[in-house]
Write a protein that binds this ligand. Structure first.
Ligand code: ADP
Ligand code: MG
Length: 584
């Protein structure tokens, strides 16, 4: 075939393919246009999961009759004039492509009346062919009606998923936008069935409840952080609330919903060691930064962005989320103030045999024994808001099954898994030493040579530097072989070959792990090997020390692999179980 120019119809269908993939993409583009037009109310109606009909009606500034034809043409936009403008875009749209694309793969009718105009205008586009602009009566704002999506692109239709899936994609999108724009009244209706309606009063929690259900919404933690021009707000789930996939992780950047791998990674790093492997949080986070700091022109559907300074954004998000997570303490259910009856308790004599200690995470993670007799500690306990308590006040009772410690806390009984708890303690110590580049190491009397399978050898090769940081002195020693000359002190007496093999297993898990994740994993691995196993009886001193060490941890409630270190049986629950309460 000779080379020839594509007809404009074919060209625009090709272009539309990039932007309009499924009914939800239409909803996204139309909703973005309404938001750009300053709408306070946005009503979206669909039928047949968007295949039959998608209609958006807004009360935005409208399109002047004289610009109607342009509005549906490709590369026609009111949001961008010069190339330089591309680098400080503050609208959601700017490509001037959405209406043209939608019009080329459906039967579309745009009806609009601009603020200040005394009548409205209507224009119909069918399969990319525009009709004439008609004068009509209409309220100020814009209604876009999209019927028979993909009627002229049967191949696209075949790629659509079931109605349930397509409708869910629309629901998902609209609820997220409703959350991002809490001052806009959103309504989503499927036929006569209103599936979402927001008040537009700015109350994000209420929208969250519509999104996840009241119970879940209540548990979500609020994030609010600011640093220079960076601002992060929104909601994240506590570590007890997770999903098996990333679908509930949502990021908005400057009001735009984007998928960004770096932001996802920052988020996961903030949760690192707090979630079990393969579990993901639920989050809706809104990042705002100067428009110049982010390039939004890197993806046809504007779903990805590029940051000028990715590291800065990454570490900001990671820190902000981590802080919000750590400020939250699910285990203690009543504040110590209640427990001790406030000031009265501070003058009470210390009870013999009680060993109340607490972690004062707010003071840098050092445990401080609370000596109630001094009167001083009592008040400092009362002063601190309960949310900073990372750990309940525990009185050790003993060990059971050579695996668990039993302790009494402010509200019932606590069972502590000695292995998981010890892992957590070792992990935080090791990471602290590692971060200070201060891991004590011991030279082996005779260096050991370890042979590894080629794939593992290659991975180990890449991580020799990291291992060094952990106190290993390991060198390549011919093909797929390594020589171990020194090991961390903690490993004293272990078999070098077994230790190295155990560590390398970890390198296999992730496709492209971040260095800090590799480090944390490595440390987790070390600790798993070294932590006291279940089945070992601990002396009373060892039990005490373990509790005290655990209290000093930044994240005492989970082991580095995300399993819980403790289980809580509340007084309330015990009472119910013994039939003292509730069930007659
Ligand atoms: P873009 O949003 O990238 O500018 P679109 O094809 O989505 O491109 O829209 C083209 C133009 O039509 C917009 O720039 C805007 O001026 C106008 N427009 C589209 N939808 C609306 C609306 N709901 N309200 C007001 N103006 C609109
Ligand atoms: Mg647009």
């Amino acid at each position: 075939m000779p080379i020839r120019l594509l007809s404009s119809e074919v060209a625009s269908q090709i272009a539309a393919g990039e932007v309009i993939e499924r009914p939800a993409s239409v909803v996204k583009e139309l909703a973005e246009n309404s938001l750009d037009a300053g709408a306070r109310t946005l009503t979206i109606s669909i039928a047949e999961a968007g295949r039959g009909l998608i209609e958006t009606a807004d009360d935005g500034r409208g399109i002047p009759a004289a610009e109607m034809e342009l509005a549906v043409s490709r590369h026609a936009t009111s949001k961008l004039a010069r190339a330089e403008d591309l680098f400080h875009i503050s609208t959601l749209g700017f490509r001037g492509e959405a209406l043209a694309s939608i019009g080329s793969v459906s039967r579309m009718t745009v009806t609009s009346r601009a603020a200040g105009a005394d009548s409205g205008a209507r224009l119909r586009v069918e399969g990319g062919i525009s009709g004439k602009v008609e004068k009509v009566g209409a309220p100020i704002g814009t209604v876009v009606r999209v019927e028979d999506l993909f009627y002229n692109v049967p191949a696209r239709l075949k790629f659509l998923k079931t109605d349930v899936t397509e409708r869910r994609a629309i629901d998902h999108l609209v609820t997220r936008y409703a959350l991002a724009y809490p001052y806009v009244r959103f309504k989503l209706a499927d036929g006569n069935n209103v599936t979402l309606q927001t008040a537009g009063d700015g109350d994000r929690r209420a929208i969250l409840a519509a999104l996840f259900g009241v119970e879940t919404a209540k548990q979500m933690l609020e994030v609010l952080a600011e640093e220079e021009d960076l601002q992060l707000s929104g909601f994240i789930s506590p570590t007890s609330l997770t999903r098996s996939n990333r679908k509930e992780i949502t990021f908005f950047i400057n009001g735009r919903w984007v998928q960004d791998t770096a932001l996802n990674a920052a988020l996961m790093q903030a949760y690192h060691t707090l979630l079990m492997v393969g579990r993901y949080p639920l989050t809706t986070l809104f990042l705002n930064l100067a428009p110049e700091e982010v390039d939004v022109n890197v993806h046809p559907a504007k779903a990805e962005v590029r940051f000028k300074n990715q590291d800065r954004v990454f570490s900001f998000v990671q820190r902000a989320v981590r802080r919000a997570l750590l400020a939250y303490a699910p285990v203690p259910s009543i504040p110590p103030a209640t427990l001790w009856g406030g000031a009265a308790r501070s003058s009470a004599p210390r009870e013999v045999g009680l060993d109340w200690t607490m972690a004062s995470q707010a003071e840098g993670g050092e445990p401080s024994a609370v000596d109630s007799a001094s009167g001083q500690a009592g008040s400092s306990v009362v002063d601190r808001p309960p949310s900073t308590f990372n750990f309940p006040l525990l009185r050790l009772i003993g060990q059971v099954g050579a695996a668990y410690l039993i302790a009494e806390g402010p509200d019932g009984l606590y069972l502590i898994d000695q292995h998981a708890a010890h892992e957590r303690v070792l992990f935080e110590k090791l990471m602290a030493q590692y971060n200070m580049k201060n891991i004590p190491s011991q030279a082996l009397l005779s260096p050991a040579v370890v042979h590894l399978p080629p794939a593992q050898a290659k991975l180990l090769e890449e991580q020799l530097g990291t291992l060094q940081g952990f106190g290993f002195d390991v060198e390549s020693f011919g093909a797929n072989a390594f020589q171990v000359r020194a090991m961390p002190d903690l490993f004293r007496g272990s078999d070098p070959s077994a230790a190295l093999r155990a560590l390398v297993e970890d390198f296999e898990e992730d496709e492209a792990p971040l260095q800090s994740v590799v480090e944390a994993r490595l440390a987790g691995r070390v600790c798993k090997r070294l932590a006291v196993k279940a089945g070992r009886a601990l002396t009373l001193e060892e039990q005490r020390a373990l509790l005290t060490d655990l209290e000093a941890c930044e994240s005492p409630r989970t082991c580095p692999h995300g399993r819980p270190t403790m289980i809580h049986l509340s007084v309330d629950m015990l009472e119910r179980q013994f039939g003292r309460k509730g069930a007659r």
